[in-house]
Design a binder for this molecule. Structure first.
Ligand SMILES: C[S@@+](CC[C@H](N)C(=O)[O-])C[C@H]1O[C@@H](n2cnc3c(N)ncnc32)[C@H](O)[C@@H]1O
Length: 286
């Protein structure tokens, strides 16, 4: 199975089109429209999530204020409310909430579970992101997608986004070694999604070349000095690009293992990365 799969279809057809087995998905992470137009689809959306998720799997859904009660009540029919939410806070301009004239710089992500919530690693219920609307008018910050994917799923897990827009979750899954399946109604969005993953792939190739070079340099680097250099490589994104040591060729993996300093240090640049440098290779990389 390819690790990143993107479809041009309504989410109502995603399971059959992509051949997703019921109960095989660990995380449905998504950001549907919050306006009234989506409400008639909310029931089908909740049923899809409940059908795809494994026991203990999670739905994390970014949702606005206007139709919150209606949306929340619909999802509750199928999934357990996690009694928890994650608040996304973004830098830059806020969105004007016209009826109330408030300028909002936050958005909620609601967390639901299939069956009982299963204890996971600790997570903080606030996440910061930079506003970025280059690819889609409703694009969400990739830092937020990285955070959600890394805390609510594990490498190799299947993550589904049924309303993918510019495929921000696909990009996060690619970086973090999760298998992704998602779709969008608009063909132009799916095309953008493909180019976005191509870009991620090119970046990864470049990043691996840089890391290989560092590992082979004569001056006996430590893991700390590599992390420092990594942050200074100007051609790489400073946000949260992370990857797994298992992606390196075996000879370089051996070099990494031989370096001094503790394991578990993140090599993501820019300080926003949340993924520890893992010894586990992702199950597949396209
Ligand atoms: C708020 S946007 C998602 C933005 C995305 N999180 C990003 O970072 O770019 C919601 C998306 O849901 C898609 N959508 C709405 N109804 C849908 C449906 N029934 N099936 C699939 N996609 C749908 C829209 O085309 C839109 O691109």
């Amino acid at each position: 199975m390819d690790s990143i799969r993107m479809y041009h279809c309504p989410f109502q057809q995603l399971a059959s089109k992509a051949g997703i087995r019921p109960g095989s998905v660990s995380l449905v992470a998504t950001d549907p429209f919050y306006d009234r137009s989506f409400l008639p689809q909310a029931d089908a959306f909740a049923r899809l999530a409940a059908h795809l998720l494994r026991d203990g799997g999670l739905l994390v859904v970014r949702y606005g204020d206007y139709w919150f009660d209606e949306f929340y009540t619909t999802i509750r029919r199928y999934l357990q409310p996690g009694r928890c939410k994650l608040t996304e806070v973004w830098d830059g301009e806020g969105n004007v909430n016209y009826p109330r004239q408030s300028v909002s710089k936050t958005c909620q992500h609601l967390v639901f579970s299939k069956g009982n919530w299963q204890t996971r690693r600790k997570w903080i219920d606030v996440v910061r992101g930079r506003k970025d609307k280059d690819l889609h008018p409703h694009q969400q910050p990739v830092e937020v997608a990285d955070y959600i994917v890394s805390y609510f799923s594990d490498p190799g897990d299947i993550v589904v986004d049924p309303c993918a827009g510019s495929f921000t979750y696909a990009a996060a899954c690619y970086r973090l070694g999760r298998r992704f399946i998602g779709c969008d109604l608009a063909e132009s969005n799916v095309r953008k999604g493909f180019s976005r993953i191509e870009q991620e792939r090119a970046t990864r190739v470049e990043a691996l070349a840089v890391l290989e070079g560092l590992l082979r340099q004569g001056a006996a680097p430590t893991r700390r000095s590599i992390a420092k250099t990594w942050e200074n490589v100007s051609t790489l994104p400073k946000s949260s690009f992370t990857f797994h040591v298992g992606l390196l060729p075996p000879a370089s993996q051996a070099l990494w293992q031989a370096l001094p300093e503790s394991r578990g240090r993140s090599l993501g640049g820019g300080g926003t990365s949340t993924t520890a440098y893992s010894q586990t290779p992702p199950t597949s990389t396209t």
